[in-house]
Design a binder for this molecule. Sequence first.
Ligand SMILES: [Zn+2]
Ligand SMILES: [Zn+2]
Length: 332
Amino acid sequence: MRAWAVRSPGPIAGGPLTSVSRPEPLAGPGEVVVEVTACGVCRTDLHLAEGDLRPMAPGVTPGHEVVGRVVQRGAGAERFEPGDRIGIPWLRHTCGSCRPCRRGAENLCLHPRFTGWHDHGGFAERALVDEAYAYALPEQFSDEEAAPLLCAGIVGYRALVRAHVPPGGRLGIYGFGASAHLAAQVAIAAGVEVHVCTRSLAARSLAHELGATWVGGAADRPPVPLDGAVLYAPAGELVPVALEALDRGGRLSIAGIHLSDIPVLRYQDHLFQERELVSVTANTRADGEEFLAIASRIGIQVETTPYGFDDVDRALLDLAEDRVRGAAVMVV
Ligand SMILES: [Zn+2]
Ligand SMILES: [Zn+2]
């Protein structure tokens, strides 16, 4: 089958992904193989291609927002029927026995495996997953719309929850790509007032369309103090900017797996008055089920920019250069 592989990580303009041919995956016990119909292109794929994240397997195939139809089931795999449409997300294995796993925080597992990082992902004709980590997908979303829900949606949702903004409160969103445009809708549906800071003009118009109360530039100060904020842009220099925009007792949640260095913080300006700074690491399966149910209930609008199988490298380049509206998705 055809697949994309990270052979030698480097600047995306140099084309670090290579198109390769490799044997089709075979489902082992409890696993299923899908024929891939769509796969979201996430910023983490870009960090992997560019070497900000070290590949955990040589020549790994990225892509961890995989939508496909079940074509093969391994021994004992009975959760899905052949032909079912399922989603393969970022989190694909946890040990179940380490301290975080035992207290229900499987997102912090000491021995996790992630799709498209430890094991081959969805920029391929077929992909394999342990059925216990796959999701059934709400029918109302097309394959292209469902794909970005699987990482941008789920992890973005966890980041939103960790910002602790109550209904009627004020949320700041820094960066407005795939994750943020979905989380913003969850917040607005919950009665939260959303303030968006982003450098991209296309993203600013999307934020207005989706119902943001206020929209400004990347480092602009929202007109009111914020109860919480989420940093979706991988830009550490925005951490002090966002902390300064918080009200007393406000919380800043950092959504990304990779962040450029945070400048020196000044205690009085950035943290005193009980401001809090938290990070977000992956998600639990419960987060995923919860988010997919909310997305279905509120009829979340998924903005996508489609790319063909052969254009995955171009999609990553567009993502790097802020040219994607909403989420980039490879559609087979
Ligand atoms: Zn564990
Ligand atoms: Zn992702």
